[in-house]
Design a protein. Structure first.
Lengths: 288, 279
C-alpha cells in the first residue's frame, strides 16, 4: 500500500476563512471521502491540494511522493481531476481536448484516452458544452486516467447526476480502485452513498479537521440510542447530544463497551447522523 | 521523451489550439460579427479614399477583434503539469500568440479591404501605426497586467483575459473559479458576509475599470475621426464634445455598475440570483 497523497496544512487563511491543522493521507487502492456541511472548507481544501490556491508557509502537499510546492510539475503529473464544474474549454470536443491538452502530460496515452471515452460511451466529437452532466464527469475521468494519474481528486462529481448515472460512475470508481495503483479523494454531499463506498472518511467542520480514520472505525466509535423520551434521563450522563420529537428521543453516545438499557433501541449511527451532531457541537475534534 | 517543455513545443501546441479556434470560433456568431467589422472596414476604406482621411473603423475594428477573441485558459492553467517557470513561459507564449493572431487577422482584413477598394495599403498601415497601434498597446497593457495577475493568482479566474468564460460570467470563487463553500440560509439562498460583499464590490470596481479600458480606444477612434475630418473648422468644439461624450460615458458606466453592485448586495448574491451553494 503506497501513499498517493499526503497533506499537511497547519493553517491556510483566505478571505476571512481559515483551514486549521489539516493532516491526512490517501492510500492507493482506497477511496477517501471528504465530508462536511456547507462552509466547512471542503472546496478550499481541494483547491489547495490541486494547486488552485497557493500553499502558505509551512504547508505542503505531497502527490505521488512529489511536493506540490517544490516539484509542482511532477506532482501534477500524478494528479487527475474531476470537478463538478469542468475546467476544460466547453467549446472543444473531448477528442480535441485530448489532442490539445493531453500532450502536456509526460505519460499521455492518446489510445488509452480514446478507448476510455469509448468505454464510458462519451461522444468523442460532440462539444463538451453539449454533453450531459454525467458525460462531462466521465470525460474528465477518461482524461485523468489517460495520463497515468495515481491520485484522483474529485469535487462533487456526482452532485447533479441521476441515480442510474451515479451508480455507473461509482462502479467505474470501484474498478479504478481495484487496480490498487490509484487513490481517490472525493468530496460530495451524497453522504449516504459515500458511506457505503468510502474506505476512509475525512470530516471537516468550520475549517477544522474533525476526524480522519477508516469509515468503519469512525462509525464504531459511536452509538445511537432511541426510545421513549421518559427513559432518557437515566442515560443523561452518557448522552453527548440528542434529537427530541414529541414522543421519542434519540441520543448519541460513545461506544465505550458499557451496556445500554435494554428498553432502548441501540444502533450504529450513519455519517449523516454524525454530521448532524458535529453541527450541534457535541461531537468534538479528538473524539475519534 | 519529455513533452510540453520547450518554448518551441508550446508554440506548436498553441498553433494547434489556434487552428482549432480559427475553425470553431470563426464559425458562429463571432464570425458573423467579424464579417460585420470587415464590412465596416471596407466601407471605411472607401470613405477614406473620398476624404483622403478617416479610417475610423481601424480603432473600432481592433477593439472588437480583441474583445471577440480573448485568450482562454482559466483554472486549467493551474491544473496542468506546469512548474511556475513553465507556467509563466506558457502564458507569455500564449499572450504573444494571441496578439500576433489579432494583428495578422486585422492586417488581413485591411489588406482585403484595400484590394477591393483600391486604397493604398501602405497608407492604411501608416494610419494603423500612427493611430490604432498605440491603442492596441493599451490593450496589451491590460493583457500584461492580466498575465501577471494570473501568475500571482490575484484576480478573478486568474485575470481578465485568462478566463475559460468571459469576465462578465465570473464564478463564485474569486480566486479559483470553483464554486465556493458558503453558508446557506433556510431558503437555500446564498448568504453573503460583509467580507463577501466587500469582495463583490472590489470585483465590480475591477470590472468597471476593465470596461473603461476597453472603451477608451473606441472613443479615441471616434474622436480621432472627427478631428481628422472636421476639426479644421471647429477644433475646440469637437474636442469639447468628444471629451464630454467620453466623460459622460464614464460617469454613466460607473453609476450603472455601482447600481448593479448595490442590487447584487441587496439580493445577497455575487451575480447569480438565488444561487444555491451545493458544495
Amino acid at each position: 500500500m503506497s501513499t498517493v497523497l499526503d497533506v499537511k496544512i497547519p493553517r491556510l487563511q483566505r478571505d476571512g476563512f481559515a483551514l486549521k491543522e489539516i493532516e491526512f493521507s490517501v492510500e492507493a487502492g482506497y477511496l477517501t471521502a471528504l465530508l462536511g456541511v456547507n462552509g466547512a472548507g471542503k472546496t478550499t481544501l481541494l483547491s489547495a491540494i490541486s494547486g488552485l490556491l497557493p500553499l502558505p508557509e509551512g504547508a505542503d502537499v505531497l502527490i505521488g511522493g512529489y511536493s506540490l510546492r517544490e516539484q509542482e510539475k511532477e506532482a501534477k503529473e500524478c494528479m487527475g481531476f474531476v470537478f463538478d464544474d469542468s475546467p476544460f474549454d466547453e467549446g472543444m470536443s473531448p477528442l480535441l481536448t485530448g489532442q490539445v491538452y493531453g500532450p502536456y502530460y509526460r505519460n499521455w496515452d492518446m489510445e488509452k484516452y480514446s478507448s476510455c471515452l469509448e468505454r464510458f460511451e462519451v461522444p468523442k466529437k460532440r462539444t463538451i458544452r453539449k454533453l450531459s452532466k454525467g458525460m462531462k464527469m466521465k470525460f474528465q475521468l477518461a482524461f485523468a486516467l489517460s495520463h497515468g494519474a495515481t491520485f484522483l481528486i474529485m469535487d462533487e462529481p456526482a452532485a447533479s447526476l441521476d441515480p442510474v448515472f451515479r451508480d455507473e460512475f461509482m462502479e467505474v470508481l470501484s474498478e479504478i480502485l481495484e487496480g490498487e495503483d490509484c487513490g481517490i479523494l472525493l468530496s460530495s454531499q451524497l453522504v449516504s452513498e459515500l458511506e457505503a463506498k468510502a474506505d476512509y472518511t475525512m470530516m471537516l467542520h468550520r475549517g477544522e479537521q474533525m476526524f480522519y480514520d477508516s469509515t468503519e472505525n469512525i462509525l464504531d466509535k459511536f452509538l445511537l440510542v432511541r426510545g421513549r423520551y421518559e427513559l432518557f434521563p437515566y442515560m443523561k450522563s452518557r448522552i453527548l447530544g440528542e434529537r427530541l420529537s414529541e414522543y421519542t428521543a434519540e441520543g448519541l453516545i460513545l461506544n465505550d463497551g458499557d451496556p445500554v438499557r435494554l428498553d432502548l433501541e441501540c444502533v450504529r449511527p450513519t455519517i449523516e447522523d454524525l454530521m448532524y451532531y458535529i453541527k450541534q457541537g457535541v461531537v468534538k475534534k479528538g473524539m475519534v | 521523451m519529455e513533452k510540453g517543455r520547450t518554448a518551441g513545443s508550446y508554440v506548436l501546441y498553441l498553433l494547434r489550439e489556434g487552428f482549432y479556434r480559427m475553425k470553431t470560433e470563426l464559425i458562429g456568431w463571432r464570425g458573423l460579427v467579424l464579417l460585420l467589422i470587415f464590412g465596416y472596414m471596407l466601407l471605411d476604406v472607401f470613405a477614406a479614399m473620398k476624404e483622403s482621411q478617416g479610417l475610423m473603423a481601424q480603432g473600432v475594428g481592433a477593439l472588437w477583434l480583441v474583445v471577440l477573441f480573448p485568450p482562454r485558459m482559466g483554472k486549467l492553467l493551474y491544473l496542468l503539469p506546469f512548474s511556475k517557470k513553465e507556467r509563466t513561459r506558457y502564458l507569455g507564449t500564449y499572450s504573444v500568440s494571441y496578439n500576433v493572431f489579432h494583428v495578422l487577422l486585422f492586417f488581413f482584413m485591411g489588406l482585403v479591404s484595400c484590394l477591393i477598394s483600391g486604397y493604398s495599403f501602405l497608407l492604411w498601415i501608416r494610419h494603423f501605426i500612427l493611430c490604432t497601434f498605440p491603442f492596441m498597446l493599451l490593450y496589451s497593457g491590460v493583457v500584461a497586467d492580466s498575465m501577471s495577475a494570473a501568475v500571482k493568482r490575484s484576480y478573478p479566474n486568474g485575470g481578465l483575459f485568462f478566463s475559460t468564460r468571459s469576465y462578465w460570467q465570473q464564478e463564485d470563487d474569486p480566486v479559483t473559479g470553483i464554486k465556493e463553500d458558503c453558508s446557506t440560509s433556510v431558503s437555500g439562498k446564498k448568504v453573503m458576509s460583509e467580507e463577501d460583499k466587500a469582495k463583490a464590490k472590489k470585483q465590480m470596481r475591477f470590472t468597471v475599470s476593465a470596461v473603461l479600458c476597453t472603451i477608451i480606444p473606441a472613443f479615441h477612434a471616434c474622436g480621432n475621426y472627427m478631428y481628422m475630418s472636421l476639426c479644421v473648422r471647429w477644433p475646440w468644439l469637437l474636442y469639447t464634445l468628444t471629451g464630454l461624450a467620453y466623460l459622460s460615458a464614464m460617469i454613466g458606466l460607473y453609476l450603472y455598475w455601482n447600481r448593479i453592485s448595490e442590487e447584487m448586495n441587496q439580493k445577497g448574491s455575487t451575480g447569480k440570483e438565488e444561487s444555491v451553494c451545493n458544495s
